[in-house]
Each structure stands twice: as C-alpha cells, then as structure tokens.
Design a protein around this ligand. Structure first.
Ligand code: MD5
Ligand code: FE
Length: 205
C-alpha cells in the first residue's frame, strides 16, 4: 500500500514483485552494456563519487569538474543513452499522475560503502514533473527533509521493489542515502543496490 511520508512524497512499497525486480536487473545489465557504469566527479574538486552511474532515456544527468548537467550522450563513450526499460516506464505511468513521458533516467549503483550526501535535485529546467525513484537490491537508509538544508530530516528504509514518487512540495526537498545495508537482498549477484530515477528535464511543449 502507498504511504504519504510528507506532502507530495509517496512510498509505493513492494510496487515491483520478485519477477519484475529480476527483469529490471536484466534490463539494467543490458543497458549498462550499451552505456557502461562510470564514476562521476564532483564539480570543482574533481573528487570521485562513491556511487557509480549510467543513464537511459533521451537525456542523462552527468557530473564532472565543470559542473552538473543533462546531456544526450555518454560522457566516456560519446554514444547516445539506451532506452528506458519498459517496466520503469510502467511505474512512471502508474504513479506519476503526469501526462508526459520521462525524459531522463539516472541509474545509480551503490556498493556496500557507497552513499549520497544530502542534496536537492535542481538541475532540471522545469520542476512540474515529479521524480519517480525505483529501488533494487540491498536496502537503503534514505533521508529526506524540507526545501531548506537546515530543515529537520527523517529517514526511511527503501527495500528492493519499492518505488518513491516525489512531487509537489517534495520535489525540491533535500534528500540523500545515508548507507546501504549490505547483505539485505540477494537480488544482485555481488550484492549492492541499484536506483533508477526517472525525471522530466525541460518544460513540456
Ligand atoms: C537514490 N537518488 O536512492 C536517490 C533516490 C539522485 C538521488 O537522490 O539524485 O540520484 S532519488 C530521491 C529523490 C529525488 C527527488 C526528491 C527527493 C528524493 N526528495 O524530495 O526526497 O539513489
Ligand atoms: Fe537526488
């Protein structure tokens, strides 16, 4: 059942059953063959992320010493991104209440020690589309707060198959991943967690 954790922040627990989760892992493996995992770097400092990334869809989110941006090609191979898996599109259709398809899907790969610091998703030119986030593999301790970094935060565990929808007042909420619970799922052969994040980027015409 869906739980509204904050205004506009919906958690659809167990949205994907075991068979669908396995299919999504196969889809991610296939898209990573076309658009390989790489380790982005922080703007200015060039410090590497602990999370590895790739993308699918028309646009992909990338980060390097020059900054954050969306682009239509893989930063290492120069090739276009693979298409967004059908099951991920299904989650967007079922949960987003948004009348346009997603333009971008960032795919994050967390190993046991990876984390993502508290941040806002604000590189999109338009915030009317919600963000739809799919969790696969090991459980994550997800943290979310308000629109100001100083606002109080709460944490919630995201399990394999859970989908989070972040819209309305939660679209620009600060959030991050405190840590991954290693060994909590056997979905990924070597352990770890995959997160797919579907987004609109530009204002629909
Ligand atoms: C993750 N990824 O689990 C998270 C899930 C990212 C990122 O944060 O930027 O790649 S996406 C969670 C999200 C998106 C937009 C708003 C909010 C959460 N929120 O208001 O809590 O790898
Ligand atoms: Fe984010």
């Amino acid at each position: 059942v869906d739980a509204e954790l904050a205004p506009g922040l919906i958690l659809a627990r167990g949205f994907f059953d075991a068979a669908a989760q396995k299919q999504l892992v196969a889809d991610v493996k296939a898209l990573a063959a076309q658009s390989p995992w790489y380790r982005p770097r922080m703007p200015r400092s060039g410090k590497p992320f602990s999370v590895q990334m790739t993308n699918c869809g028309a646009l992909g989110w990338v980060s390097d010493v020059d900054g954050y941006r969306y682009q239509s090609r893989h930063p290492v191979t120069g090739e276009p991104w693979a298409p967004i898996p059908e099951l991920a599109m299904d989650a967007w259709s079922a949960l987003s209440s948004y009348p346009h398809p997603p333009q971008a899907c960032l795919v994050n790969l967390y190993d046991a020690g990876a984390r993502m610091g508290l941040h806002q998703d604000s590189d999109e030119g338009d915030f009317s589309a919600p963000v739809v986030s799919i969790s696969l593999g090991d459980t994550a301790i997800f943290r979310f707060g308000g629109r100001s970094r100083a606002d109080p935060t709460r944490s919630v565990k995201l399990h394999s198959g859970d989908v989070v929808v972040l819209g309305g007042p939660s679209r620009l909420a600060f959030h991050g991943v405190d840590r991954i619970l290693a060994g909590s799922s056997s979905l990924l052969p070597g352990g770890g967690r995959i997160n797919l994040t579907l987004r609109g980027v530009t204002r629909p015409m």
